[in-house]
Ligand binder design. Structure first.
Ligand SMILES: [Zn+2]
Length: 259
């Protein structure tokens, strides 16, 4: 799996792109709001005409001008937050988030995680990079993505958090260290976490994540990356594992935090 994308997904995507090139279709609809995209040349021109961020051209064939404009607004506005997670034993983990989790962002995440719209990764990555550069998070020397199960990765065709980590790594030159593994869903801890309270969830999550012993992180200052934080239980469980493995310091960065 290269850059977080599975081989079957990459082949399917390549085949689809080849078909689109051979049989161009101006009736395409936006993959966020289902409005017509209109002519491809029109949307590309709109993107090129403005002082556009790098993530927009990749999305101009998938989204309508309205959604592209909304993305630009989100990217320029943002609404960052900073909280401290308390771990058992007294340690704290600073958590920075980039943007408010509103209806539009929720729709974007649904398309990104469940509808195969992996072209949104550079947009979310752009938010993470901007937040990291403008934030007072402690200095770090490597990136650890919160892991996804292999089963989910195969189903989606890519590991969405790995894509975010790859974007961040390319911009910050910090290496990605896959120091954590998420166990399969077989034990039933992962699908219904939102229905549980924070204490139950933390207990369950302790058994969901495990250390990848092939990736030593002793003495590392780690930037833990995830897409969305809700109660913070996932970030806390992962941080505990990383400290157990000898990490010097852990701080976390997420795209959005649900309140
Ligand atoms: Zn749209």
């Amino acid at each position: 799996m290269r850059r977080g994308v599975t081989l079957p997904f990459a082949v399917r995507r390549g085949w689809q792109e080849a078909l689109n090139w051979i049989f161009p279709n101006d009736e395409d609809i936006c993959r966020i709001c289902t409005r017509p995209i209109h002519s491809r040349s029109g949307s590309v021109q709109a993107v090129k005409s403005s002082d556009s961020p790098a993530f927009l051209p990749q999305l101009s064939d998938a989204l309508c001008p309205f959604c592209l404009q909304e993305l630009q607004l989100c990217a320029s506005a943002g609404r960052s937050e900073h909280i401290q997670l308390r771990l058992p034993g007294g340690r704290t983990v600073p958590v920075a988030s980039c943007i408010q989790y509103d209806a539009f962002i929720r729709t974007l995440f649904r398309s990104f995680k469940y509808d195969g719209l992996m072209e949104l990764a550079p947009f979310f990555g752009h938010l993470l990079v901007r937040r990291l550069h403008g934030d007072s998070l402690p200095h770090t020397d490597c990136i650890v993505p919160v892991p996804t199960t292999l089963e989910r990765t195969r189903k989606r065709g890519y590991d969405h958090v790995q894509l975010l980590a790859a974007h961040l790594s390319s911009q910050t030159r910090q290496p990605i260290r896959r120091a954590l593994v998420r166990l399969t869903d077989e034990r039933g801890f992962t699908q219904s976490q939102s229905a549980k309270n924070a204490v139950e969830r933390r207990r369950g999550l302790e058994r969901v994540y495990t250390l990848n012993r092939q990736v030593p992180i002793r003495g590392c200052r780690i930037l833990l990356i995830d897409d969305i934080a809700t109660t913070g239980a996932t970030l806390a469980a992962c941080s505990e594992k990383l400290y157990l493995a000898g990490a010097q310091n852990v701080c976390a960065l997420v795209v959005a935090r649900v309140r």
